[in-house]
Design a protein around this ligand. Sequence first.
Ligand code: IMP
Length: 194
Amino acid sequence: MKQKIVFATNNAHKLEEVAAILGDGFEVLSLREIGCDTDIPETSDTFAGNAMQKASFVKEHYGYDCFADDSGLEVDILDGAPGVYSARYSGGGSEANMDKLLLNLTGKSERGAQFRTVVALLIGKESHLFEGIVRGTIIEERRGEGGFGYDPIFVPEGYEQTFAELGSEVKNSISHRAKAVKQLAEYLLMTNDK
Ligand code: IMP
């Protein structure tokens, strides 16, 4: 029988990606599919805290085993900003967020950064955290049309193109999210075998 597990998201792209990695042994349910239309609070100042907050909400209110993710961009010279505030850095959308970041890095040659994802898993009585990081550089101007968020200004280590230029296949094989989800999948597949 398939093991039911909730992914605390309604992002169809994320759901599809995770369901594909987990394969046939699992039925991955979205928030919508369990009848949850609450905007689950994310009030922590860490990725792990926010991910755990979302997973706990589902476990407490709906009783399902659950995992949740939280991600963002951390820029070295800005002491890890925008970090957990990546989505709301400027108060506007992605374009305004990139404008603000580029402005804050004007004239700076130290442009190292990383994307980080933390996945929190609550299964039975256990809780686990999985982390994925991809290091790279913030360039001075946008390049590329693909992806979302800060993708047009982030060049991952070992590449010359931005995440927005590399395309989803390459991005999904090296991204912070892919790395964290792969660890989650390895853990779930191991416990599902037993
Ligand atoms: P989330 O937790 O995955 O929803 O990510 C929060 C915010 O971090 C997004 O709204 C983006 O601003 C930024 N972010 C996270 N992952 C990525 C990525 O893969 N590319 C670009 N921006 C990202």
